[in-house]
Design a protein around this ligand. Structure first.
Ligand code: ZN
Ligand code: ZN
Length: 138
């Protein structure tokens, strides 16, 4: 499955079947809201070894997080689209990849099975049916 950032400078290839078996989730923490410019970040939890990124990528070490754990946030140097995050201490070898990168999800995006930081979810935002609700981290 292939994807790309908004401008196309960064491409991504993941070795996972293109179906809804992905472990999709959404994080509503304040930092994910700011880095998304939206009410939360839609993410896929994937093995880092199964992902190949190409293109000009910049990195921001986000240490001012609610959990206190540093998040390594990667984004396109050209257009600023968020690409993926790493929680190196908590989840070594795992990448949190932005669901938005993959155009084949345009018609049927993977439904998040978990919502994180619902304490920070915008008041008018709806609870996703069937998604595990976590006040902060699981
Ligand atoms: Zn870009
Ligand atoms: Zn978050």
């Amino acid at each position: 499955m292939q994807g790309h950032c908004n401008c196309g400078s960064v491409t991504v290839e993941v070795n996972v079947p293109p179906n809804n078996e992905h472990k999709g989730f959404v994080c509503h923490c304040r930092n994910c809201q700011k880095s998304s410019g939206a009410g939360g970040a839609y993410l896929l939890m994937l093995p880092l070894s199964d992902i190949t990124f190409n293109g000009p990528i910049k990195h921001y070490l986000d240490t001012n997080t609610n959990s206190g754990r540093a998040v390594h946030r990667h984004f396109c140097e050209t257009c600023g689209s968020p690409l993926y995050g790493l929680l190196k201490e908590m989840m070594p070898g795992t990448a949190l990849v932005r669901t938005t990168l993959f155009d084949e999800f345009k018609e049927s995006p993977p439904i998040p099975n978990m919502e994180l930081y619902v304490k920070d979810r915008w008041s008018w935002d709806q609870t996703l049916p069937g998604a595990q609700q976590c006040s902060a981290n699981p």
